[in-house]
Design a protein around this ligand. Structure first.
Ligand code: AMP
Length: 366
């Protein structure tokens, strides 16, 4: 299949109709592109897209029609089935390439891949049944975390193993899914790198983000993270290693733990462990919409179109807060605050734990 260059006026295809797809479609339209959303059900992105298809991810005929109508396909979530990606790839360009999907859909494959690049993670062991869980707990100790290998996000598919936890009951709580056991990391902070790689191998990362989770869901991101300059550089270099290894095109979020250990001489040793890679635009990069020259959404569109990457320079220190569930009822109050940037995703029902919007405060340099 000959790849053709992409121009304003062309249509980009996006798998998934959530808020990330919506913000990608907005960025695409700003660059004169049209967008076509493909998703199994209607969602926030449908309000913005030029066209949409409601179809399942195994509907070969619908996927083929979709691929034939777009110049390039991208996705807003990592659990795109491999068979779906293969159908699309046989007919048009798919960025990021599906190798990134296969590496990030299964925690065992993901962490083994990271370690093979020399990138440290939390210690982990494969758990296929209650017996292997008992042996893994024997090795990694308590507390430790049992995580399903696939389809876990925002803390779903995870169980904390403490003193006294019944291992057979804990294993059953995952519904018999294949899992890994992870050693508990005593981290100082959670950080993420939002970075992009272009088709020509160019690389650009924004300021490192510092993330606070509440009930396993991202609540606040501050950038730049409160880490020494050499740790910020190291975090960015780790992200580059991952993107290069995958021959990645687009924006990726790399979540890390920053661990500080006091030394006898009074100084500190710093370690970075990668927790997760997200082969897509990432919630902790939403601040770039208002706080940087180029947003992660625009950058992703630029990258998948084979266009030059934009500047990732920040306008100043920023804080982004998610509006989860009923938090969104504050929208009118928030609009009264001068300088605050509010983004609402157009979701009709504010269910608990549902991301309804976010807002950003930029602390402009005087
Ligand atoms: P995950 O689904 O792997 O992103 O985990 C969700 C959250 O659980 C992370 O953002 C951390 O706050 C916490 N967490 C996950 N794994 C570990 C670990 N090995 N040690 C300590 N905290 C963890």
């Amino acid at each position: 299949m000959a790849l053709r260059s992409i121009h304003p006026g062309d249509t980009i295809g996006i798998l998934g109709g959530g808020q990330l797809g919506r913000m990608l479609a907005v960025a695409a339209s700003r660059l004169g592109l049209r967008s076509h959303i493909y998703a199994p059900e209607s969602g926030p992105a449908f309000d913005i897209a030029t066209e949409y298809t409601i179809g399942s991810y195994d509907d070969q005929a619908a996927l083929t029609r979709f691929a034939d109508q777009v110049a390039v396909v991208t996705y807003e979530f990592e659990n795109v089935p491999a068979s779906t990606a293969a159908i699309l790839q046989s007919r048009c360009a798919v960025h990021p390439n599906p190798n990134a999907l296969s590496k990030s859909q299964d925690r065992l494959i993901e962490k083994t891949f990271l370690n093979s690049l020399g990138i440290p993670t939390a210690p982990f062991l494969q758990v296929d049944d209650a017996g292997s869980l008992a042996r893994a707990v024997g090795q990694l100790g308590r507390p430790s975390i049992l995580k399903s290998r696939c389809l876990g996000y925002d803390g779903k598919g995870q169980s904390l193993i403490k003193e006294g936890s019944d291992l057979a009951v804990t294993f059953r709580s995952l519904g018999g899914q294949l899992a890994i056991l992870e050693g508990m990391v005593d981290f100082t902070r959670e950080i993420s790198v939002i970075a992009a790689r272009g088709i020509d191998g160019s690389f650009a990362a924004w300021d490192i983000c510092e993330n606070v989770h509440e009930h396993h869901i991202l609540a606040v991101t501050r950038a730049p993270a409160n880490v020494p300059a050499q740790i910020a550089e190291k975090a960015s270099a780790i992200a580059r290693t991952i993107l290069d290894a995958l021959d990645y095109v687009g924006v990726m979020g790399v979540e890390m733990f920053h661990v500080e250990k006091a030394r006898l001489d009074g100084g500190k040793d710093h370690h970075l462990l990668v927790n997760e890679i997200a082969p897509r635009v990432h919630n902790s990069g939403h601040w770039t919409l208002d706080g940087a020259v180029t947003s992660q959404f625009e950058q992703h569109i630029r990258a998948i179109c084979g266009w030059p990457l934009g500047s990732t320079k920040a306008h100043g220190p920023v804080e982004m807060r998610n509006l989860i569930g009923n938090d969104v009822d504050m929208w009118l109050e928030l609009l009264k605050e001068p300088g605050l940037c509010l983004h609402l995703y157009g979701k009709h029902e504010a269910r608990p734990g549902r991301k309804m919007g976010h807002f950003t405060r930029i602390y402009l340099k005087p």
